[in-house]
Design a protein around this ligand. Sequence first.
Ligand code: C2E
Ligand code: CA
Ligand code: CA
Length: 568
Amino acid sequence: MRNSTAKNANLGGLERDPEAGARAAFLLTQADVAVGLFTMDGRPLHLNMAARDAGFAAVPSLRDKFAEAELFDDLLIEANQRGSVRRIVRLMNARSPSWHDITFKLCRDPETDEDAILVSSLNVDALKKAHDQAELLADRDQLTGCYNRAFFTRRIDEVFQPEATSEFAMVYFDLDRFKYINDTFGHEAGDAILCAASQRIRRVLPGTDMLARMGGDEFVITLMDVSDREELTRICERVRATMAEPVEYEKSQLNVSFSMGATTVPAGAKDPDKYLRQADIALYVSKQAGRDRCTIYTEEMGYAANERSRLENDLRKALKRDEFVLYFQPRVDARTGQVVSAEALVRWQHPARGIVQPGSFIPLCEETGMIADLGHIVLKKGFDQLCNWQHGGLDIGISINVSPRQFMDERFLKTLDDLSRSVGFPEGMLELEITERVLIGDHDVISSRLRRISELGFQIAIDDFGTGYSNLTHISRFPLDCLKIDRSFVSALPTSGPIVRLIRTLSEKIGARTVAEGVEEEGQAQLLRDIGCEQFQGFHYSKPVPAKQFPSVAADINRRVSVLSVAR
Ligand code: C2E
Ligand code: CA
Ligand code: CA
């Protein structure tokens, strides 16, 4: 038999003074905390009012109150080991379970001196639900309700475990032309699309898979237990098909698509970044192949991507080391055959590879933004060459290609402004060739930009005309000096005759010259002359040549014409 001090200690250290009994009874009966004394197998011995109200008397054993009965056993074991235990658990009420903050304390029944459990329990249902909601919000993207990047990163570290036994797959994707939709219809339209997209995807994904929004319009899906490429393709296609129907936004039907890249991850893989990068490379391949598709990563893509990043590095160095030179291709007057100007075409003088053609580096420069620097260099060099020839008595103009990205760059306008102020600026002799792509977008912005350039004394030509989607009604509002008929129409003559005629009529209407590109034979020149094209450029006259060679090439062409006309 234990002494009374021990008993008191077990009852929470209450002193045995006469008043304490009454107060203790008062507290016990009136408190909102449910308190009860139970036998070791959970039978109630005594319950306070709150405990009875909470239905602790209605069950034969406390174990039956637990929504997860095994938890009762766990708590009991732990209490036995440590004397007491506290946990947030779900207890059954009349119908549904609710969350309780419950404490088990081992003690002895003061009446029988048998081992007993002193249980106190407080209903924390509202608090717990608020807490869970907060936790849920922290893990979720506020807009779409998908998991957010922070959650994804945490979760992916759990999935990438050396001891993991199952394979899985990751899919990286984004919305095609999302920026365009944001710019054209506003950010709310963009938000509506993001929400619709994630809702639709969640509907087709099995429950174990995780959809996370990584930011902007980028999403990742992890597909557990998927290792088979065919299955992966099937699931990706199902996700892609969710965008087959347009998204409705304020009575507009917005058509969007996904570009996707996917990769499989072997069991026990350790490096999440490696596989995310693989999925990203595959996504890049989808974009390059024309968007709205899914690509599964292969080793070859990895090599190509490495090659790309090597090229990018080399290009950055080349910009610093000034490895770019200009070649010039003559443009001749259709009637007189005389050289009237030259198109500057950039070449990369690679220390090991020799002369590299623009086709193999301009696209990458565009993509990475390096085009702004390269374009700046070309503009400067072209301008210097023009002044140089003008001084030397070679009175011809120069055309310089301007990429869409460079056109929108603020520095570009500033450079033009500077050039136009330089001493001896040959007004009207420098032409800028832009593509139709530049003309798509906010027409007021583009129009005022073009006007500004024109007012500074530069000519404006549309390159590769007929291959883009320029809006013919807008074209007349732009200050254009020249339309360059794309090479493809010239090589398709005489079949393409009607199109060439159409372009010629259009340029006449807007007061611009027509230049035919890629003229390779006299026959083509004759047809083009008959249609009324004013100027020609092409291998029939000369290939692009280094600046040094150009004067003699031009002189040859001019001489050839005069010999011909004398012969006639
Ligand atoms: P582009 O502006 O359409 O230039 C004409 C291209 O057609 C040149 O190729 C030229 O060599 C080629 N060409 C000219 N006549 C003929 C012909 O009779 N037959 C055939 N088959 N081809 C002909 P290049 O020099 O390789 O330039 C390719 C493209 O690279 C250019 O197309 C232009 O879009 C871009 N590019 C070149 N230099 C620059 C530059 O400084 N800045 C920018 N942004 N792009 C440039
Ligand atoms: Ca051009
Ligand atoms: Ca062209």
